[in-house]
Design a protein around this ligand. Sequence first.
Ligand code: ATP
Ligand code: MG
Length: 483
Amino acid sequence: MLSVRADPIRILLIEDDPGISEGLQRVLAEEGYVVSVESRGDDGLARALREPFDLVVSDLRLPGLGGMEVVRRLHAVRPRLPIVLMTAFGTAETAIEAMKFGAYDYILKPFDIPRMLGLVAEAAESSRRMSQKVALGEPVPGREALVGRGPAMQLIYKEVGRVASRPVNVLIRGETGTGKELIARAIYQHGERAHAPFIAINCAAIPETLLESELFGHERGAFTGADARRIGRFEQANGGTIFLDEIGDMTPGTQVKLLRVLQDRTVQRVGGAETFPVDVRVICATHRDLEAAIREKQFREDLYYRLNVVAILLPPLRERREDVPDLIDYFLSRYGVELGHANPSMDADAVELLRAQPWPGNVRQLENVVRRSLLAARGFAVRLNHVRAALAPGPESVSALAAAPALEAWVDGILAAARREDSGDAHARLIQTAERELFSRAIQQAQGNQAKAARWLGITRITMRAKLIQYGLHPSQDSELAS
Ligand SMILES: Nc1ncnc2c1ncn2[C@@H]1O[C@H](COP(=O)(O)OP(=O)(O)OP(=O)(O)O)[C@@H](O)[C@H]1O
Ligand SMILES: [Mg+2]
């Protein structure tokens, strides 16, 4: 995920034990956070209300005012400011209770530093991303924006404006990388609940058993390993919005439970008997074909109707190529800032080449290609050859494909590259690499006869020609490529 760090993340640490606060302050400062310390609960609360912090990390037992009260009062005024509680083992129950009052999470003392840093990074990131409205249509310097002024996106902005202030559930659809998550945040930020919590959960990233307790919470002893009670995200998001990403990946068992929550507006913790009323707006997203999933009995139809009160369908990038130049400008300036290049630009023929791409990975893929081109250009104007290089599948994947004893190894290679670069374009890369190979071999075996190759592939000659040009395999490109 792209993030611009023009100014550092500010953390308020409320801790009365000087040993702990000094140690933590040092560790956090080493990570680049700017840390302020208060040793009393009342002073901490006052400071958090006075100064702009991105995150509060507070002890539970404090002089002046307890951590629980800090959470309750601070959350009432600044519901989007995440508060992480630190607590000794004996008081864990209280910390768990505090999540009902809006604490982001808690951590037991003595804590392991990597887990602490992980939690802080996650909370700070969500705080930053939520604190500024996603701009619609027009880029605003230093802010995340939904870019694209073409007619398709104009309709989407209107739709966002229309649904934002109505408390209805929204289902966001679209291919991978089309901006579903960005739209979800925009709907939240432009709506009436913008000052209430927003909690995002990726249903595909959490195993089924954990997902249920993540969403609905659990009682102590509900299952092996449940040694403490857990407050679920629905309870935590009460009054606010919950974003269920990749809802199409939710298992039927969890779907039933979610349906019950939406119907009854109450939540029951796993292994618990009590029900708690919850008022939560649900925004969902998926790239899956839910109608097909319903036919295949993988997705519940009744749940589908509950979630799909308003549907927003994000068009793939290839259907709104007119937005490509604006997107390029936007990503050039964002990554330019990050890479320290002033006013990066791209040659017109390079922009044209990008406009013509099929973009199976949509905006995310374009973003990655622009970033790679910018890196290749090393601070100078981005030229056609930089873009060509950025579009070409990585050498590691092509050679791996030829040498791989199995498809699995090849896929693993692409995944490993994506993990290493955290680039989020494994899907697009895989498709492009495989596709290029397919076209290159077909045209070779057809001895340059495009009509024949097109027939084998089951595509039109026009598509064949376009693909050959795209992958630099068209004979007319030879001279151009050599120059
Ligand atoms: N219209 C847009 N303007 C600017 N940036 C965009 C736009 N659409 C998407 N992006 C950027 O592209 C990347 C992917 O967007 P996002 O994560 O919202 O996609 P997604 O549809 O949720 O993808 P996936 O299905 O893979 O989860 C993000 O970095 C996002 O900021
Ligand atoms: Mg997404």
